[in-house]
Design a protein around this ligand. Sequence first.
Ligand code: PML
Length: 256
Amino acid sequence: MLYSVRMRAAADATHENGGRHISGAERLVSFDEITPTAAAMLARAFTHSRGQADFININIEAIHQQAIIKVPLLPVITENKPTVSTGRAAALTALRKAGITPRAAKRGMAELLALPDSMRGAILLCAETGVRLDSNAQRGIRVSRMDIADETGFIHWLTKQGFTNIHVREALVLAAKVASCPGILAELCWSDDPEYTAGYVASKTVYIRFPHLKSVGDPIGGRILFVEPNSDIEKLISYLESKPVLVTVPSGGENY
Ligand code: PML
């Protein structure tokens, strides 16, 4: 048996009552790891660079081993564009290469740029028209119930590529689950941590990082998931939110 441990933290009010999103975290752990994992999440909620949390929700639930599927990490490429504008232009190109129409890619970028504040979940957009498909205006869809299968192997794999921070670690696990979701063609994301400017475009086959997708000090980030036309949206949301997924490291530790 594994346990899903999930945290979300908000300031001023609960998320449900319009509070400002501060932080969230997701793990799938053994029984013995529940307490230290929950403690680490609590510490994180209280020390986040987006501010001090007033409302913290930690949810723990048992997951049967038979329900869990395994999916691989995506290989990572970094495109070292020197500025936010060149980074965003390259991200749009990457989205088009992933099969997103220019109109939908531009709409996705515009949705992120128009956010009044960070959302706790992702926005779903049609990959052809750019029309929004989820009805959770402020909340979005939270990609949930996933973790890395082999923590030590993952740290080795990351270190070999020079990745040491928690943002990239968590984003890679989330992007692997998203890439495995039937109907999702690509993802565009940048961080809501004001001190972290990197973002990425992930497709079914690759995770492309851009060191500058927003300016230093900007506390607004988010995530757009581009959905193939005519997909079963309910099924897709159920997979993203509920299907337990363990992400595997490529054998031998190579980046493919
Ligand atoms: C986040 O902080 O939630 C998203 C991180 C996006 C970029 C991660 C990376 O460095 O590749």
